[in-house]
Design a protein around this ligand. Structure first.
Ligand code: SF4
Length: 725
């Protein structure tokens, strides 16, 4: 037994001595695996089902290792909310189990912090004066300068939520600022957090920050970074890393981007003016900077507005792909217009040239007018230009991907105001391998990483190779805690391929009828997950008023607000899309009924999906089996995982897609769910099951018309009879 494990073991003993904590063997097994991973300095993957307590299982070894070896470990999770949960809940508990603590820090992106200069410097013309006074008061008591802290402060002051609309955007740290020449630099929340993160042994952050750090290292040739050097990377919610990496690498050029580029240049000239504020400002120099910025704005606008695009198909059209041979593949060739790429390239190249010209001329102007500036002013202007040069260089890099994609697809799509030119990588495995995995030992973990019991798909998509894998058993007793409902054949038709396909209206109607029956069964308390926004609204429109049941629909408010309302109002129902299939946590009675409306197959209609399909087919594989089906299986596992969050949760899952019964892959999907779950095809039998376990179904109310007779005459169980249908 290693000394590291002894430290962790002692921490577990202290934890288990606390009232209410019980020993979890899976949590210890995982912690032991993390110790071995740290000591062997290799790559590792862990699938830790919900209930294992993976945050503590990774934090205890990480803290013990930092203390023993003075190492630097970064723990990344998908969102800021999850990172803050680590920071405010799990980390303090883990630290309390050790006699001494390593230096720890929370690192988030710039716009998560308030800019003191904006508040103190009276640069909030659109904010009510009484609110500005409150912000100034808040600065006196704020510790981290983050939005959650401000919200709590304003709540204590009884400020109505409507007054806060747009407030954070006005006070958040801008994309670039005068940094070291700002009078508030030493006390700046963001730069303090950066300094703490650079010195900390254990840093909690999110995937976007880790990926941005890797991009900064790349663009600055390792001369600069956000996280400084670190020894180990732990990626929680690793199933979301593929999406996070694709988002970090993709790029859209549209009117909004051009406006943000222009606003950035305007901020530059303002920040130089602020930095040189004095009794005798160097007006000649400031006017020259202003002229350069105005010229830049004019040229960028003209470059964008002069190009006319033809009418584009609703799903968009690919204009360039790398490797180029993919354009010939049937999946892509029907929606490909290489000639349009010339227009996109012209705009991207012009904007890149303007950026370089602006940076060059600013430096030249500073040099030419140095006699008009004091040494302090010259240094201040140089600092601001350098801060902004980083942001301009990032934009230049993004535009270059659209102009000459290294690997990936470019396409044009229509928008409400015109068009948008987009770039996205076709895969992220090589990038992650080169810029993350080859740099340091990494551990990737999640509740759902395997498909058909294997890590292969996940590892292939993320460019990972390692024999160090751990798949922990289920913690919850799913066979006792939940039941599955598959409607009898004929209850709902097959999902239409598009909203305009024949029979789509009938499908929405019958889907809504089944959902209504299920909602009546549990008196609300349901999460209904959809694969398409259109379908979600079609069903919502067809639902009658259900007394005492409030329907919350994604998009009507922020996801955080909807989640809060759903948790607080036990009888409410939440209609959600992709963001609620994964990571959403609503333990207890409020989520008793989970409805998955259809298997979330990706339909290759957009240029990106077509290009991905073309790439897989060019490799000689079947795109459905190699990509579409594994992703759907993973998402069904993630969706299913929303129901049982605690050992005392009980509930039902309805999968309303008839293909679960009619296609072979239906059983494959079922076999990816926990074993032993009873399956019903009758709402009466389901209600009876629920009645025996809860007091929820005492007032069941649905007509016999809604209970179609079942094809499954007897109760089935997931994992049995898998090959008999
Ligand atoms: S350093 Fe930048 S972000 Fe910080 S207070 Fe000053 S201007 Fe705002």
């Amino acid at each position: 037994m290693s000394a590291l494990w002894n430290d962790v073991e002692r921490a577990f003993q202290r934890l288990e001595a606390q009232p209410g904590f019980e020993m979890r063997s899976a949590q210890r097994a995982m912690a032991q695996f993390v110790c071995e991973w740290l000591e062997s300095r290799t790559m590792g993957v862990v699938e830790a089902p919900t209930g294992v307590g993976k945050s503590l299982a990774v934090l205890l070894p990480a803290i013990a290792f930092c203390l023993r070896n003075n190492a630097r470990i970064v723990i990344s999770t998908y969102t800021n909310v999850l990172a803050e949960q680590y920071w405010r809940k799990d980390l303090p508990l883990a630290l309390s189990l050790f006699p001494k603590a390593p230096v720890v820090a929370l690192a988030m992106g710039r716009n998560r912090y308030a800019c003191i200069d904006a508040i103190r410097g009276n640069k909030l013309p659109r904010v009510r004066p009484e609110l500005v006074r409150m912000l100034q008061e808040w600065l006196g008591v704020a510790h981290e300068g983050v939005e959650a802290e401000l919200d709590a402060f304003l709540r204590r002051k009884s400020v109505p939520p409507a007054f806060k609309a747009g407030l954070w955007d006005a006070i958040a740290v801008p994309p670039a600022c005068r940094a070291r020449v700002c009078p508030y630099y030493r006390m700046c929340f963001y730069y303090q957090a950066r300094r703490r993160a650079a010195q900390a042994q254990l840093v909690i952050t999110n995937h976007a920050f880790v990926l941005t750090d890797a991009q900064v290292r790349l663009t600055t040739n390792e001369e600069s970074s956000l996280l400084d050097d670190y020894d180990f990377l732990i990626v929680d919610e690793a199933h979301d890393l593929m999406d996070a990496a694709a988002t970090a690498l993709e790029f859209d050029l549209d009117e909004a981007f051009v406006e943000s580029l222009i606003a950035y240049a305007a901020t530059l000239s303002n920040q130089i003016a602020y930095a040189l504020e004095s009794e005798q400002p160097p007006l000649g120099f400031l006017m020259s900077v202003q002229r350069l910025a105005e010229q830049f704005v004019r040229c960028c606008r003209t470059a964008f507005e002069q190009v006319e695009m033809p009418q584009l198909p609703p799903d968009g059209i690919a204009t360039r792909v790398a490797p180029a041979a993919l354009a010939e593949m049937p999946a892509l060739s029907a929606a490909f217009r290489a000639d349009l790429h010339t227009k996109v390239k012209h705009i991207a190249d012009t904007l890149r040239a303007e950026i370089r010209t602006l940076l060059h001329e600013l430096t030249q102007t500073l040099q030419a007018m140095r006699d008009q500036l004091t040494e302090a002013e010259r240094q201040a202007a140089a600092e601001v230009i350098q801060q902004f040069a980083y942001g301009f260089t990032q934009m230049d890099g993004s535009l270059s991907r659209l102009s000459e994609p290294p690997e990936g697809v470019c396409w044009l799509e229509p928008t409400e105001t015109g068009w948008k030119a987009c770039y996205a990588p076709l895969e992220v495995a090589d990038w992650l391998r080169t810029h993350l995995w080859q740099k340091r030992p990494s551990l990737l973990m999640s509740a759902t990483l395997t498909i058909d019991g294997q890590f292969d798909f996940f590892m292939q998509q993320l460019g990972l190779e390692t024999p160090h894998r751990l798949r922990l058993p289920q913690v919850f007793d799913y066979a006792r805690q939940c039941a599955l409902y598959l409607p009898p054949l004929g209850t709902i038709p097959e999902p239409p391929s598009s909203p305009s396909a024949p029979g789509a209206g009938e499908y929405y109607q019958r889907l809504a009828a089944q959902i209504e029956a299920l909602l009546r069964l549990t008196k609300g308390r349901a999460l209904v997950l959809f694969a398409s926004r259109h379908e979600m609204h079609e069903v919502a429109q067809r639902l009658p008023d259900l007394p005492g049941i409030r329907i919350l629909i994604q998009g009507e408010s922020s996801n955080a607000d909807l989640s809060k309302q759903f948790r607080e109002d036990v009888h409410s129902v939440l209609f959600g899309l992709r963001s609620f299939w994964t990571g959403f946590d609503a333990p207890g009675e409020t989520l008793t009924n989970l409805i998955l409306t259809r298997i979330p197959f990706e339909v290759p209609t957009t240029p990106l999906q077509r290009a991905r399909k073309a790439r897989i087919e060019a490799q000689g594989a079947d795109a459905f089996r190699a990509w579409t089906l594994p992703l759907a299986k993973l998402q069904m596992r993630q969706g299913f995982g929303r129901l049982i969050r605690r050992s005392d949760d009980v509930g039902i899952v309805a999968i309303l897609d008839p293909r679960m019964r009619t296609r072979a892959y239906g059983w494959e999907i079922l076999n990816n769910l926990p074993e032993g779950i009873p399956i019903f095809d009758s709402l009466e039998a389901l209600a009876e099951w629920l009645r025996q376990r809860t007091d929820l179904a005492n007032t069941i109310s649905f007509s016999s018309r809604q209970i179609a007779s079942g094809l499954l005459k007897d109760k089935l169980v997931v994992g049995e009879n898998a090959d008999t249908t």
